[in-house]
Design a protein around this ligand. Structure first.
Ligand SMILES: [Cu+2]
Ligand SMILES: [Zn+2]
Length: 176
């Protein structure tokens, strides 16, 4: 946990030095997800192409403090799905974006799901403002996808399942 946190802080420092790039940008608004669909807005995430990859700058509030799994999911929907008779909030977004069908969750620096992003850090007041960098992605990759925040963290491996993020708590799509 400590190592991932230090790595994220280091990347944050590097990003501050990058300055403002004249590149593709797009903002995605995220909403809480529940059994009925979507709830209150929790803010937005700005996407920006840089020479080091996709920069995601969150401006989010009302989340639980700590680290949260953060991914690009396959489908442009934040609606619930039914799985084995149970309603799964945000389930219609499908699995982690994996165009190469790797079938493995290895985080942003691995060779698995392309949609695996660095963990989202939420401060003690419930705000997330620390940027993260996803070196394998660009802004256009999120078109027609969903951006998802999970209840738990992410250890960038298949054990526990999908890095341990568990429940889906906030979601946004490109055009929402
Ligand atoms: Cu996810
Ligand atoms: Zn994954």
């Amino acid at each position: 946990m400590l190592r991932i946190s230090q790595m994220a802080l280091g990347i944050g420092g590097v990003l501050l030095m990058l300055g403002s790039a004249q590149a593709a940008q797009h903002a995605i608004e995220l909403h809480q997800v529940n059994a009925q669909g979507t709830g209150d807005s929790v803010g937005s995430v700005m996407l920006e192409d840089t020479e080091y990859g996709l920069l995601l700058t969150p401006d989010l509030a009302g989340l639980d403090p700590g680290m949260h799994g953060f991914h690009v999911h396959m489908n442009p929907s934040c609606q619930p799905s039914k799985q084995g008779g149970e309603t799964v909030p945000g389930g219609a977004a499908g699995g982690h974006y994996d165009p190469e069908n790797t079938g493995t969750h290895q985080g942003p620096y691995g060779d698995g799901h392309l949609g695996d992003l660095p963990v989202l850090m939420v401060d003690k007041d419930g705000n997330a403002t620390t940027p993260v960098l996803a070196p394998r992605l660009e802004v256009s990759d999120l078109e027609g996808r969903a951006l998802m925040v999970h209840a738990g963290g992410d250890n960038y491996s298949d054990e526990p399942k999908l890095g341990g993020g568990g429940k889906r708590v906030a979601c946004g799509t490109w055009s929402q």
